[in-house]
Design a protein around this ligand. Structure first.
Ligand code: ADP
Ligand code: MG
Length: 698
């Protein structure tokens, strides 16, 4: 039998394959490109392309594609076959260095937020040699970045790579000041925990809301939901276990380090966590994971729902972005070190994150803003829309002591001095973990918990890397000028704690009192919805940070704003129209059918024995008729709103109109429809109920 180590990464053109198949010189120069970003020459590219093609063809591949991440949120690929005619009437399999390095997909229908109109009509894809090529079916997929001919990024990978470069550059400056001369590179790592739901495919197909929107727009609460907490970490049902087994095998073959899986809080909800890896690879892998999850689910007669809030009344799904910063020499910069000097360095990096999260709360918030995620943030299941940091009591006490120049430990008499005292190790406390914080320090990494399950992790990491790079830049600017490094360092750390400690909160993030304190006393932002959050990307401080670090150009920022807002508007518009369709063509007819059944029963009873008691029938008919009228009226209101929306030309105006007028009408329509469900014969109800969906997979 094949063991996991036999087939792990078997579909990946990874380091093992490269070393075995490339001439040594070519391998070395490719490694230099991967590790140090040195650009690739043509000869090397040709040699790599040849080896890649041979390997792929031996594995049954017939096509190749430049695999990229346009701003639609999913991945895109256009397949070209390797075949090229040979003079004897046959074909040979061809693939050149040029085809490996650059592609020209017909990009006109990918969103560009006006970028392509103002610059160039076509876009091109460029190979990202830092993320391995892999096989999907019969296609060799080459991870690429996607840009316009003017060089503007039209994808998520380009700015992500730029943000990694920015943080690398600034972190190296800081590390130099601490005498770390041997460090050549600093990379951010991410381990994204992915939540999802599994529902039966036959039931899924019967619900237009799931088919068109990925979430239910109607559904009365079932008698049982998640109140017993009996699903979390519960034993995995056989059908789900088979799915997970299959999923793991596919992911492992693709070199994705799928590590843990368990049931989540809501019924039918599960989670998969990978072992962390370099951010751009983690991003590629997370996209692949989502894609493979959906594909494998179908094979098992299931549908994998990645939507942030597929069901009202039960928890939605998130994606925890575990983030850390490490050197190529293997040091995690978010771990307190062994010596006082290393501790000072740790504290400085910690302060960089604290300042970054405080200064750029808005960017972190908007990096997770989507129509779907708006249903989660602030509901009592996910972090609030207010960004804050959890550090834990011990670390907070240390920072407090440093700020106040007072002894850290009451028993100690001496004041903690950077460069003299060793910090205690912050052992991760697994019994008392704060799960309500949007941004939690967990011993050697930060866990950003606001991300929605369907979101690409790229945007969050772009903003996080950018914000931390900016703090590090300011720190390096200040410290490089100092004559007395230790004194300047001490002052800087103290000042940063003092100025940014408002962002630290160790209490319960779900508590209403916290939101009040955060916004009223501490002046933190509470950007509740996507239209509230998104415009902040255009603020001067944000534009100047992102352009200053060369992560985005101004035009790219503006285009992204347009695309994100448009996406919000389109998503909710589709939902509203789906609701109208389901209401008028399924729900109202069902209610009417059942009313007729009751009326027929009543009439035939009275025909047999006039004056027979008929309290039940009369009451039910009256209730259903009243509800039908209310449903019709609410649908009319929603329709008016949808019609008005179509008259608005600005995407900003449309988004605000949705926030203020459309969503509330959708909610009002749902209430009456859900009530009708509870009083209609279940045989008449036109689609599977919450009970069917949530408990239907065994
Ligand atoms: P949990 O948060 O559920 O208690 P773990 O702490 O074991 O679980 O890990 C959760 C995720 O954090 C995993 O995906 C793991 O790979 C990732 N992770 C662990 N250490 C790091 C690190 N240093 N940097 C980034 N991610 C990490
Ligand atoms: Mg976690």
């Amino acid at each position: 039998m094949q063991t996991v180590s036999d087939y792990f990464g078997s579909l990946v053109f990874d380091d093992r394959v490269m070393r075995a198949r490339l001439p040594e010189k070519v391998y070395k120069s490719l490694k230099k490109t991967i590790d140090e970003g040195v650009s690739l020459d043509n000869q090397v590219a040709n040699a790599v392309a040849e080896a890649m093609r041979d390997w792929a063809v031996e594995h049954g591949a017939t096509h190749f594609t430049h695999w990229f991440q346009p701003l639609t949120g999913i991945t895109a690929e256009k397949h070209d076959s390797f075949i090229s005619p040979s003079p004897d009437g046959g074909v040979i399999m061809e693939f050149s260095g040029k085809e490996l390095i650059q592609g020209e997909p017909d990009a006109s229908s990918f969103p560009s937020g006006g970028l392509r109109a103002t610059f160039e009509a076509r876009g091109y894809t460029a190979w990202d040699p830092t993320s391995y090529a892999f096989l999907k079916g019969k296609t060799l997929c080459i991870p690429t970045a996607f840009c316009s001919y003017g060089g503007e990024a039209l994808d998520k990978k380009t700015p992500l790579l730029r943000s990694m470069q920015a943080i690398n550059k600034q972190a190296l400056r800081v590390l130099k000041l601490f005498g770390n001369e041997d460090v050549k590179c600093v990379r951010t790592s991410v381990g994204p925990e992915q939540e999802y739901f599994l529902v039966d495919r036959e039931m899924f197909d019967k619900r237009k809301d799931l088919v068109f929107c990925g979430r239910t727009l109607f559904g009365a609460k079932p008698p049982k939901g998640q109140e017993l907490d009996d699903h979390y970490f519960g034993s995995i049902k056989p059908r789900v276990a088979e799915f997970m087994e299959d999923l793991n095998e596919e992911l492992w073959k693709l070199g994705v380090l799928a590590k843990t899986e368990h049931n989540e809080v809501a019924p039918a909800q599960h989670e998969l966590a990978p072992i962390y890896t370099t951010t751009n690879i983690a991003t590629d892998h997370n996209q692949l994971t989502m894609e493979i999850m959906q594909k494998v689910a179908l094979r098992h007669g299931l549908v994998c729902l990645l939507h942030e809030k597929p069901f009202a009344g039960v928890n939605g799904s998130g994606k925890h972005n575990n983030w850390s910063l490490a050197t190529d020499t293997g040091v995690n910069l978010l771990t307190p070190g062994e010596t006082p000097y290393e501790n000072a360095q740790f504290l400085l990096f910690l302060c960089a994150v604290i300042q970054a999260v405080d200064d750029y709360q808005d960017l972190l918030r908007l990096s997770v803003a989507t129509a779907g995620n708006d249903h989660r943030l602030g509901a009592n299941e996910a972090p609030p829309a207010v960004v804050s940091i959890f550090l834990g009591d011990e670390l907070t006490a240390i920072l407090d002591a440093i700020e106040a120049d007072s002894p850290y430990n009451a028993a100690e008499k001496t004041v903690m001095k950077l460069g003299v005292h060793v910090l205690p190790k912050f052992i991760r406390d697994t019994t008392d973990r704060n799960r309500t914080s949007p941004f939690a320090f967990t011993g050697n990494k930060f866990e950003f918990r606001m991300l929605g399950s369907a979101n690409s992790i790229a945007c969050t990491n772009i903003m996080l890397n950018g914000a931390v790079a900016q703090s590090l830049k300011l720190f390096a600017d200040e410290l490089e000028k100092a004559d007395d490094f230790e004194g300047a360092l001490h002052d800087l750390i103290r000042r940063t704690i003092h100025e940014h400690k408002r962002i630290i909160f160790n209490g319960n993030g779900y508590d209403d009192a916290w939101i009040k304190e955060a916004t009223e006393k501490r002046g933190l932002l509470n950007l509740r919805t996507t239209p509230d959050a998104m415009p902040t990307i255009l603020e001067e401080k944000n534009v100047s940070m992102l352009t200053g670090l060369k992560i985005f150009t101004k035009a790219e920022i503006e285009s992204r704003y347009e695309i994100m807002m448009e996406n919000y508007v389109k998503t909710v518009s589709i939902e509203a129209q789906t609701m109208l369709d389901m209401t008028r063509r399924e729900i109202l007819p069902a209610v009417e059918r059942y009313t007729k059944e009751l009326s027929d029963t009543l009439a035939s009873k009275l025909a047999v024995i006039p004056g027979l008691p008929s309290r039940y029938e009369t009451g039910a008919i009256t209730k259903l008729s009243t509800l039908a009228d209310q449903i019709d009226a609410q649908a009319g209101e929603l329709e008016q709103a949808v019609l008005h929306l179509k008259t608005l030309t600005s995407v900003t105006e449309s988004a605000f109109y949705i926030r203020d007028a459309v969503l509330s009408r959708m909610a009002a329509l749902r209430v009456v429809c859900d009530e009708a469900e509870t009083v209609t014969d279940e045989r008449c109800w036109p689609f599977p109920t919450y009970g069917d969906l949530l408990f239907g997979v065994r």
